[in-house]
Design a protein around this ligand. Structure first.
Ligand SMILES: [Zn+2]
Length: 148
């Protein structure tokens, strides 16, 4: 039985007693019965609000999860091809200038270990030795070349 039903039941019981309507105690009983009914209705309204808020919060959580997917995927992608234009990630990434078209390719350590990559601009296969000299060669020039 719900609260509102219980309140109505109590009110009915009090009415059923056929108390003297002029008696002060009867008035107090009826006021209490009305108050119970009002409180039951208020609680019911609050429960409805609570349910609505929960539903909306679920929606927000789902939206946030979608946003998190986008953000973390992007971070992951950036990480896998990460290269320090600021120099912070130099030990994990390298760049190679295509001798044919001048395109700058950025390498992770994994692709570096494979010994060659294919230029994404002209399709030239770029082979390279693991050489520090070559890697440090053209940091400044590279930044101008990759501007679009
Ligand atoms: Zn090329």
């Amino acid at each position: 039985m719900q609260l509102s039903e219980k309140a109505a039941y109590v009110k009915g019981m009090i009415d059923g007693l056929e108390l003297d309507p002029t008696d002060k105690q009867t008035k107090v009983f009826k006021l209490i019965a009305d108050l119970l009914g009002d409180m039951a209705q208020e609680i019911k309204d609050l429960e409805q609000c609570y349910d609505d808020v929960c539903d909306q919060l679920d929606g927000v959580s789902e939206d946030l999860a979608g946003v998190e997917d986008i953000i973390y995927d992007e971070d992951y992608d950036n990480g896998s091809i990460s290269f320090g234009s600021d120099g912070l990630n130099d030990e994990y990434s390298y760049e190679v200038t295509c001798p044919t078209c001048g395109n700058i390719e950025y390498l992770s350590e994994d692709s570096l270990n494979e010994g060659s990559i294919t230029c994404s601009e002209c399709g030239e296969v770029l082979e390279f030795d693991y050489s520090e000299d070559e890697l440090d060669a053209s940091d400044d020039d590279a930044e101008d070349d990759i501007k679009e």
